[in-house]
Design a protein around this ligand. Structure first.
Ligand code: ATP
Length: 251
């Protein structure tokens, strides 16, 4: 049961997200460590003003264009992402014709199965990554996240990996994949190693990406290619960091 947060509380949105994650922990979706990872993200969200910046929208457009152009794309889902946006993950996968794969740093069959059930309850038909008997390894990666589905992340040309760790991001880039991440921290290794980084809260990003994907599906390939071509991740990250610094200076 979620606690009663007064609707006019100045931090109601942020408190509500915390409650969702605590509930996710109780339901076996979120790992204890996931709460700590959320804390790091929340601090950066505070610094960017808990709103979607222009730079984030630019990165989202480019990410959606890349997904629409890709032949094989997979959305990688961990506990926090599933807990905060299960319904939206399923809808984004539907609109962009992507596969969904559960991939956990703190791996357990119980948690994988709980996440699979949650996604299926939200309309997903097929979830990859749950049966580790068929998994293959990402080369040169030691964490549990190395185990991926041969029909999902392993064979994808584009992967969307929200709330990721830097090691796997680097390993996926080294495999020649186009890697899109969603990370509130523009300084994280993931944000810096990915090909496209959306510096924003996953809870705001997912509905916006669905909206963009619905609009952009009507665009022809050359227009989509131009959008990805014109995107500069390093520049986008630098401006996102500058937004934080400007906010700090203004106080
Ligand atoms: P890296 O290895 O990339 O440097 P890290 O060790 O800082 O990552 P992790 O714990 O692996 O971090 O992953 C959590 C990341 O997800 C953090 O960078 C955090 O800012 C980000 N994060 C947490 N919650 C959210 C959220 N709701 N939306 C977007 N990003 C988030």
């Amino acid at each position: 049961m979620l606690t009663n947060i007064p609707y006019n509380h100045p931090r109601a949105g942020s408190l509500h997200i915390r409650e969702m994650l605590v509930e996710g922990l109780r339901n076996g979706i979120v790992a204890h460590e996931g709460l700590i990872a959320h804390g790091r993200g929340e601090a950066f969200d505070y610094l960017i003003g808990e709103k979607t910046t222009k730079e984030a929208v630019k990165a989202m457009k480019s990410a959606v264009a890349l997904m629409l152009l890709a032949e094989r794309k997979t959305i990688s889902v961990n506990g926090n992402t599933a807990c905060l946006c299960a319904k939206e993950i399923v809808e984004l996968a539907e609109v962009t014709v992507a596969r969904i794969e559960v991939n956990l740093f703190h791996r357990s069959v119980k948690r994988e199965t709980a996440i699979e059930k949650l996604l299926i309850a939200n309309g997903a038909k097929n979830i990859l990554g749950v049966d580790s008997r068929t998994s293959v390894n990402i080369p040169k990666l030691m964490s549990d996240r190395r185990r991926v589905d041969p029909e999902g992340i392993y064979e994808a040309d584009v992967v969307l990996i929200p709330l990721e760790d830097g090691d796997r991001t680097e390993a996926l880039v080294n495999m020649g994949k186009n890697v899109i991440t969603i990370d509130l921290n523009p300084l994280s290794r993931t944000a810096r190693k990915a090909n496209m980084t959306i510096v924003d809260n996953v809870i705001r990003v997912m509905p916006k990406m669905i909206e963009l994907a619905k609009q952009m599906k009507k665009m022809n390939k050359s227009k989509l290619k131009r959008i990805t071509h014109n995107f500069d991740n390093k520049k986008n990250l630098a401006i996102s960091l500058q937004c934080i610094l400007n906010g700090l200076k203004a106080n």
